[in-house]
Write a protein that binds this ligand. Structure first.
Ligand SMILES: Nc1ncnc2c1ncn2[C@@H]1O[C@H](COP(=O)(O)OP(=O)(O)O)[C@@H](O)[C@H]1O
Ligand SMILES: [Mg+2]
Length: 282
């Protein structure tokens, strides 16, 4: 038996730059690239947004830790939705800095790039494909995910089904997989949309009034779901329902007139006279 000749190393492997650089950039869009070395996932500093001279956000400074579950409360018009618009790139601040992890400057990224980097947003109204089944909705969410589509590890049919099955259980829709989404209750539609967001494995989830219109039972289940997601994900939840905020049990930030009025556990901010005056005392 003759010995197999060893191939000489290919010239391209030895060339500096090029090849390795492009592999590194594939890694960066995977959403794993967020630098959490300082345990901070979101850092807003001095953010100001003006609409015709009116400051919707006025020197807003806020930090969210990796894995944290943070509630944002505050009166209507406080700037809660505008803050989410800044984080997701929909609105550019007039001044201030916004960082995702240590390295990603959100004020310089487009909306799709921010989503791809791992920030998922749930708007107040559920937006699911009503004529498709719950299962199909999840499959569509997965297909819409560029990171899965372009992944070096092509997902198999079986792998896809497993991922969807796990998500169905996680958002309590396993018994509804084959029902058209349009037939779900309002709360179930919200869970479906949250599950669809989770299919894209966001590191940071922004949720605007997720339990509005839910029954008490659905609200309790949603609190359990969010508590289970914290740690693996960071969550920023805007909510008026104080029982829900209490059930979540995390740190609470009170926004008022575009800035932080108070921050701490719910009991502490509830006892703050300024918070009672502008918000809770109504
Ligand atoms: N596109 C816009 N043009 C003009 N004013 C806006 C716009 N978006 C928000 N605002 C104003 O900015 C303030 C903050 O709004 P918003 O962020 O929606 O508050 P919240 O979500 O806390 O109720 C409000 O007074 C609102 O009317
Ligand atoms: Mg709002």
């Amino acid at each position: 038996m003759s010995e197999m000749p060893t191939l000489p190393p290919r010239a391209t492997n030895q060339a500096p730059g090029g090849r390795w650089e492009s592999e590194a950039s594939i890694g960066r869009v995977s959403g794993e690239g967020v630098d959490l070395s300082h345990k901070v996932i979101l850092y807003l500093d001095g953010i100001t947004v003006s609409f015709d001279g009116f400051k919707a956000l006025d020197d807003l400074t806020l930090t969210i830790d990796a894995g944290e579950l943070r509630c944002i409360i505050g009166p209507n018009g406080a700037g809660k939705t505008t803050m989410m618009d800044v984080i997701t790139g929909k609105t550019r601040p007039d001044s201030g800095t916004a960082f995702f992890g240590q390295t990603m400057d959100l004020t310089r990224m487009t909306e799709p790039r921010i989503a791809n980097a791992g920030i998922g947003r749930k708007f107040q109204k559920p937006t699911v494909f009503e004529n498709h089944t719950v299962f199909e909705n999840f499959a569509l969410a997965m297909k819409a995910d560029k990171r899965v589509r372009h992944s070096l590890f092509a997902t198999s049919r079986a792998g896809e089904r497993d991922r969807i099955a796990a998500m169905l259980t996680r958002v309590r829709l396993d018994r509804h997989a084959d029902r058209p989404a349009g037939l779900l209750s309002h709360g179930q539609k919200q869970w479906l949309e949250i599950g669809m967001l989770l299919m894209q494995a966001p590191r940071l989830l922004l949720l605007d009034e997720p339990v509005a219109g839910m029954t008490d039972e659905e609200t309790e289940r949603t609190a359990e779901l969010f508590i289970g997601l914290a740690g693996d994900h960071s969550l920023v939840v805007v909510e008026h329902d104080m029982r829900f905020v209490e059930a979540l049990g995390g740190k609470v930030t009170v926004l008022c007139e575009g800035a932080v009025l108070a921050e701490g556990d719910l009991a502490t901010v509830r006892a703050d006279p300024r918070v009672i005056e502008v918000y809770l005392g109504r």
